[in-house]
Design a protein around this ligand. Structure first.
Ligand SMILES: [Zn+2]
Length: 221
């Protein structure tokens, strides 16, 4: 059977219906009754309501949040849900009237698909929001540059004191002691310079002058 050309209003209604998200819950904790009558035909739909939804299953989500749900027996789709039985039946009846019962019976696959797409969309949207929040959080907290580090960086003009490699303030660089701490060099500003990682590692416990001399000798040799 060809898919009927639904109007926008019909598609909106289709997109709103949900697959019963909690079959176990329905089987064990809900009263289920088949519905008969002109709109609901001969027991293809049932109405379900929770016995004591909050006590039994406080964390549930989905259509059973409503106390009463009208469910299509074969697909498990919730066609109408409300806080009371009459409203739930009315919502379901309106839905069936809007879509057309004939179409509804041939549209189960499409309806389930719509419900699945809807769930996937909600999930993707949640992931998107989460990612955006993570970015916002990361942007909110720029790396704190200590006052002393900034002063050392600026005194060294943003370059490695030894090899003049250009450094970035929030990138990878080291505060380097010209007279190393091992030789009782202090942490006063005048003893501190910015250094790239490789110079920092190479210098070890040499004084700045020893390190520069050793490098020049290596270059000359
Ligand atoms: Zn360097």
């Amino acid at each position: 059977v060809a898919e009927p050309a639904f109007t926008e209003r019909q598609w909106k209604a289709i997109a709103r219906i949900e697959e019963c998200s909690c079959e176990r819950w329905f089987l064990e904790e809900c009263v289920k009754k088949q519905i008969y009558g002109p709109t609901f035909a001969d027991g293809e739909y049932y109405i379900a309501w929770a016995v004591n939804r909050y006590d039994v299953h406080p964390e549930f989500v989905g259509p059973v949040e409503h106390t009463f749900s009208v469910i299509e027996a074969l697909s498990g789709l919730v066609l109408g849900a409300a806080d009371n039985k009459l409203d739930a039946l009315k919502v379901a009846r309106d839905f069936i009237a809007l879509i057309g019962r004939k179409h509804l019976l041939t549209m189960r696959g499409r309806l389930i698909e719509a419900a699945t797409v809807r769930a996937a969309d909600a999930q993707a949207k949640a992931a998107q929001i989460e990612a955006a929040q993570a970015i916002a959080k990361a942007q909110q907290k720029p790396r704190k540059i200590a006052k002393r580090a900034r002063a050392v960086f600026e005194a060294s003009e943003g370059k490695c004191h030894y090899c003049e490699t250009v450094l970035t303030l929030d990138g990878k660089w080291h505060i380097e002691h010209k007279i190393p701490r091992a030789l009782f060099g202090g942490s006063e500003q005048s003893n501190l310079v910015a250094s790239c990682t490789s110079c920092n590692h190479a210098k070890r416990d040499k004084t700045d002058l020893e390190f520069i001399a050793a490098r020049n000798a290596a270059k000359a040799g």
